[in-house]
Design a protein around this ligand. Sequence first.
Ligand code: PLP
Length: 375
Amino acid sequence: MIRFNQPFETGKEIIYFQQALKAKKLSGDYTFTKKCHEWFKEEYNLNKTLLTTSCTDALEMTAILLNIKEGDEIIIPSFTFVSTANAFRLRGAKIIFADSGTNNPNLDTTKLEPLITKRTKAIVPVHYAGIACDMDEILNLAKKYNLYVVEDAAQGIDSYYKGLPLGSIGHFGTFSFHETKNVTSGEGGLLIINDEKFEKRAEIIREKGTNRSAFFRGEIDKYGWVDIGSSFLPSDITAAFLLAQLESIEFIQKKRINHWNQYYQKLKHLEEENFIQLPYIPDYATNNAHMFYLICKSITERTNLINHLKENGVHAVFHYLSLHKSVFYKDKHDGRDLQEADRYSSCLLRLPMFVDLTNSQIELITNSINQFYGK
Ligand SMILES: *Cc1c(COP(=O)(O)O)cnc(C)c1O
């Protein structure tokens, strides 16, 4: 069976583990955490980043930093991971779900403005498959209505919008290093802070509501409880693993982009002949090959294709179910029809994508899809 995902090992993880063990410093914010923060500064010019235990945690931190409370409204796409919504729901916010575009699952920015009310606090665009949302449109609306922008760039490492790294454009950005992402530490995340005024408080919230970070820098002579917060920082062991992966990002990306292009070459005629829809990458966006997906014409067709692939030894999977129709939120949604979000929920299919995928495996997968469509 060709797996859907398989974590990549660079070989350096174990060496960095040993170094962390030798240093006898395993909890958060030691050498490897600092090295990761420096890496993000050098590689993407991200001035202030904080490793977290997950992207979910990084999103939760943004909700605390923005003082989100009951009655506030947050606009997010319905076609996303539950954490995008839950981070704000946890603070009591009302989630206003937006529809996806017809070309790709990102927010349809032409339909956003009517969703904004006096209570709207933030827009949370999700860069689906690592392909940028139309950020200029989102930033214009944010400026016009005085809103915050939090980029859920969980899938967006090493991808760009008009030359800017994803996660660096809104007030905040968040990355995920979950096993299924391009670069992983098993579980892990990053909060990217692009507005200086949040930096100090972000450190406090991440350190259980204490000013421990300032204490360790020698800025104050004792530390204590100064704000709400939680334990959002990962151990230096996690950071050691992550650093090994980050240092191999060029290799990882080259491989993934190669796989992606191969999929595209072998399937594009099916799109040209109008059997399926393939990923659309706007001029302003780059492709970090986080995911290769195709869009079927119906849920029945997708189910049949999943089964056909399974019979041929390939594990292909669908993705999000529209959150506005979820068990938790369907009664709270305002009833608007979100047709494109539902279409991606029913018709989008993800193909295996990981570094160690081989050319012959991709050949087998694409042959099997072509055979399904009688091609
Ligand atoms: C993976 C993912 C998350 C959650 O990341 P974790 O690190 O597992 O918390 C959130 N949003 C999106 C869009 C994701 O793809």
